[in-house]
Write a protein that binds this ligand. Structure first.
Ligand SMILES: [Zn+2]
Length: 225
């Protein structure tokens, strides 16, 4: 499935997973880490997983998540909300502090530049010295103004987190009882999927994947019946 092949990433090196279509010896289609393929197997391990296995795991996770969301609506919403709030509150506090400090420094720099100008006019410092010093202060001020503007934009963006939860919940409602994993469903729900290297446990290979959903990221659903 071509939609899937753009979504899978190696959990260890971060590169895309490469779809191998060579189906000799009745081998199923499978994905390999692309660093493993390109660099002659030195930089990363294979992370090999069949297309079928990934599809099944995504389908199970999605159905599990949707079932939890439908049967435990309140808890599901609070899982999504508490996660994004915890993060955004912490970030918000740090950003606001940085904005406050930067704006104070910008004001101070205004005064310093003004004083320098007066010193130049009254002849306390030379024209050359004035130009050199004021240039430095103006550069510093320019950087701070840029930083404040970026921080303010980020704060605006984080306000959209509530909208994102709403968007995710409406997806859950829309595809509440899907049977088949279609490209449409994959595109609607999934941002990317991280593929971990398989582990051998009690003689069996165990695959682990991590699904990063659109709008809400990785969702940790508690065990439930
Ligand atoms: Zn890799």
């Amino acid at each position: 499935m071509s939609v899937l092949s753009g979504m899978l990433y190696c959990a260890d090196c971060g590169q895309k997973m490469y779809l191998c279509r060579c189906t000799t010896m009745k081998q199923a289609e499978y994905f390999n880490c692309s660093s493993y393929r390109k660099k002659k197997k030195r930089t990363c391990s294979s992370h090999q997983i069949t297309v079928h296995a990934v599809e099944e795991m995504i389908k199970n996770d999605l159905q599990f998540t949707i079932r939890y969301a439908n049967e435990n609506k309140e808890q599901f919403l609070s899982i999504l909300a508490s996660r994004s709030e915890a993060k955004s509150k912490r970030e918000l506090k740090a950003s606001l502090k940085e904005i406050e400090e930067s704006e104070a420094r910008i004001k101070t720099l205004d005064k310093i530049i003004q004083n320098l100008y007066e010193d130049k006019v009254s002849g306390k410092i030379s024209e050359e010295r004035y130009l050199k010093m004021s240039e430095n202060y103006e550069n510093e001020q320019g950087l701070l103004i840029g930083k404040v503007s970026i921080l303010k934009t980020d704060i605006e963006k984080s306000k959209n987190k509530t909208d994102n939860i709403t968007k995710f919940v409406s997806l859950v409602d829309k595809y509440s009882d899907f049977e088949e994993l279609t490209p449409e469903i994959l595109r609607a729900f999934i941002d990317k999927v991280l593929i971990y290297e398989k582990e051998k446990i009690d003689g069996y290979y165990k695959h682990t994947i991590e699904i990063i959903y659109n709008f809400v990221g990785a969702v940790e659903i508690p065990d439930f019946d």
